[in-house]
Design a protein around this ligand. Sequence first.
Ligand SMILES: [Zn+2]
Length: 488
Amino acid sequence: MKLKFIRALIGLACFKLAAYGDPVITLAQHYPFHPANNTAVSFRISVASATGISKIVFTLNALECIRNADGTHGTAPRPGSQPNLITISYPNPRLAVDTTITIAAGFPAHTYLSYQWEAIDNAGTASRRVRGQAGDSPYGNEEVLLYATGDDQPKGAYHICFVPDSRDYTGPLLKFLKDLETTVYKGYLTNNMIRGYEDKWAFYYTPSRADFIQKEIPEAVAASSILDAFGFIHIRDYRDARNGKCFSSEYNMVGTIVHETGHAIFNLSDEYSPSNVLPNSCHIYKNKADCIAANSGQGCSVIRTKWFGKYYSTEPLSPNCIMNNDGNALMMEFQSRCRECIKAAYAQLELRAHGAPAFSKFPLAFSTDDRVLVLKISFNSKGWAAAVTGLKAGKSSLAIGVQKSVMVNVLDSSGRKLYEIGLDDPRIDEIDDQGKYDQVSNHKKMAQRYLMLPYDLRIKTVEIASKTLKNTQQVKRVAVGKQVAKLL
Ligand SMILES: [Zn+2]
């Protein structure tokens, strides 16, 4: 009896919290996205409260971007610099506040910005911290942090790098950076499975332009040990596609961008066409046994859509899901099964093993384990080729040993397998022109990929095992021992 009473009280307390909860921050942004040296930067917060906001506190730390001894990006305090603290009080508390603070002098080159908003009402405090870079980046064409709200450890977030399409962004990158404000602020951060999970995302860009058609990850960022996917951003209306970690979209087709990210990050299949049911897809299966196995024996039935053939899922698909209808310039929501897939992926994020912390606070000790060999795999009219093109600081970040349509085996002098790396076939794109083109894929005549291998002098041969487009197995062996020895 007594226990029940206490439970009822706890229930009441929870209800009270829900009804008069802490303030809710709906937006915390800075403009421009990547400020130039010593130019004005504006910081904006939008927050709502049931009881009325009495105070807003803005804390700004401008640190210096440095490179850690192991090659990763790090930060250090600038001598003599203090955090900037600005407090705004509201003698008459307000139900909603949308305010902007501008730092007119801006920040010098190599600045790492870390700012925090706190909003205080009668019930409590809500806070959000945002990180990004300002001024010239000391990292050249390597990834520049635009916007992240999580902590400095990379394992808890997906890291997306935007690549300017060299056919559309030919002039200064100011236009590209302005466009990315739309991509991130009006795109990603408004989607139902990203809004409220902002801390699980970090957005970067590379100043290195690349051609959307080739979808070659620029070498400066291909070696990054933290980037999960590469968004090729363009302006003109091209057919969009996803190929492994690469995807494309117009900067302002916000529905398309999140749809493609659904493929590249969550391995979600298209729901409008059977052509793009991915291997290991989370919500749609090509056969019933796979569906049952992946869903702990749950019932799996044929999805009845306009599709031909039989495909399986544990529940009917919603026609409004962004994986069915990406809405182009409209932001659609992830529905039902897709939402569950994404929640499960978020829960696994903390468990991810990532090579090195991004922007770790203190330089790390150098060790030879932190060096990697850059291996270029390419395909053209003469077939597959492989070359070890460099040695650099970093960690091998590949899912080694995963079975994929192209397998790269790295062998020692006696032909023993040292490493086995699975790749999505870089020659094949999944086309995402909804409805109009229901074809499986686009086969490219040229493609290339950079892989990071552990630094290992035993490496003598690279073997590429793949299938021809007519489905016969082919194996190409390339001797790379001399190239590896030269890099000593
Ligand atoms: Zn798609």
